[in-house]
Design a protein around this ligand. Sequence first.
Ligand code: NAP
Length: 316
Amino acid sequence: MTEKKIIAVVGATGAQGGGLVRAILSDASGGFTARAITRNVNSDKARELAQQGAEVVAADVDSLESLKKAFQGAYGAFCVTFFWEHFSPQKEFAQAKAMARAAKDDGLEHVIWSTFEDTRKWVPLSDNRMPTLMGKYKVPHFDAKGDANQVFTELAVPTTFLLTSFYWENLINFGMGPKKGPDGKLAITYPMGDKKLPGIAAEDIGKCAYGIFKKGREFIGQTVGVAGEHLTGAQMAAALTQALNQEVRYNDVPPEVFRSFGFPGADDIGNMFQFKRDFQEVFCRPRHPSVARALNPSLQTFDGWLAQNKSRIPLE
Ligand SMILES: NC(=O)c1ccc[n+]([C@@H]2O[C@H](COP(=O)([O-])OP(=O)(O)OC[C@H]3O[C@@H](n4cnc5c(N)ncnc54)[C@H](OP(=O)(O)O)[C@@H]3O)[C@@H](O)[C@H]2O)c1
C-alpha cells in the first residue's frame, strides 16, 4: 500500500480550511490525509473533524515553532490568515511569513497560500479615488496578503497562489444580506454599480484547493483564481427575489457612502468593493468559474447555493 500524503490545513475549523479537510476526508481513495490545525484540539469543531477521520494537531499562526511542528512530515499545507480576528495587516503579513518559513524548514512539497491582490499595484497610495487606510494600505485585508506572496517566492516555497472570491455566506453571517429599508422593502446594498462581483460558496474554496493538490506539480508557482459565478448586484437581487419568493432590490450606493456605514471594517470593505468595481476586468479575469469547475466539478452556482441556504439568510 502506498502511504498517503499528509496535507496540513491551517484554519481547519473555519470556512476555507474546513472545506479542504472535508474534501480530503470524503475521497478515501484520493491518496491524501488531512491534518487539521487548530488552536484548541478540544473544541467541538476540532472533535468533529477528528471523528470524521482527520488528525487534529495544535498550532497557532503567531508561533513559528508550533507551525514547524504541525507541518512536520506533511507533503503539503494550506495556508490562510484571519484578518477579521484582529484587523491588522501587519499581523497578517507576519503570520504568512511564519507559515512560509515553517513550510520551507519542513521541506513541504506543495503549499497553497490563500491570498488576494495587493490593490496598491493598481491604486497607488497617491490615488485619491479611495482613502489610504492605516497609513499605507488601500484595502488592508487584501494588500498584506498580496504583499506576502513575495515571502513564499523569496523562500522558494513550492506555492500555488489561490485567489478567492466573496463568500455568499456573507449574506448569512457578515451582515451583507437583504435588509429592510424605510419603505419596508428588502434590498442588498453594495457599491458595485452595474459591475460583476465574483462570488463563491465558501465550502467550494476548499474543494478547489483539494483539486489543486490532486494535480500534483501542475499549479506550483501559478496563481489560480476561483469563483462560482460573476454576478451584478441586480442579478444577485433577482436570484434572491426568486429564491425567497419576495422582492429583493439592489441598492447601489457610492463607495464613500458604504465606507461611512460605521461597522468595523466598513472603510476597508468599501475600498474593496470600489476596487472590484473600478478594476472589473483585472479582478474577474483570473477568477473564471470554468477554472474552479475543472478543479471541483460540484462547484455551486448562486441559485444552487440559495436553494440550499436561503432559510439561513436573516431578513432584517
Ligand atoms: N468573507 C469573505 O467573503 C472572504 C472571502 C475570501 C477570503 N476571505 C478571507 O478569509 C480569511 C479567513 O478565512 P476563513 O473564512 O476560512 O476563516 P474562518 O472561517 O473565520 O475560520 C478561522 C479559523 O481559523 C482558526 N484561527 C484563528 N486564528 C488563528 C491563529 N492565530 N492560529 C491558528 N488558527 C487560527 C480558528 O480556529 P481555532 O479556533 O480552531 O483555532 C477559526 O476556526 C480572512 O483573511 C479573509 O480575508 C474572506
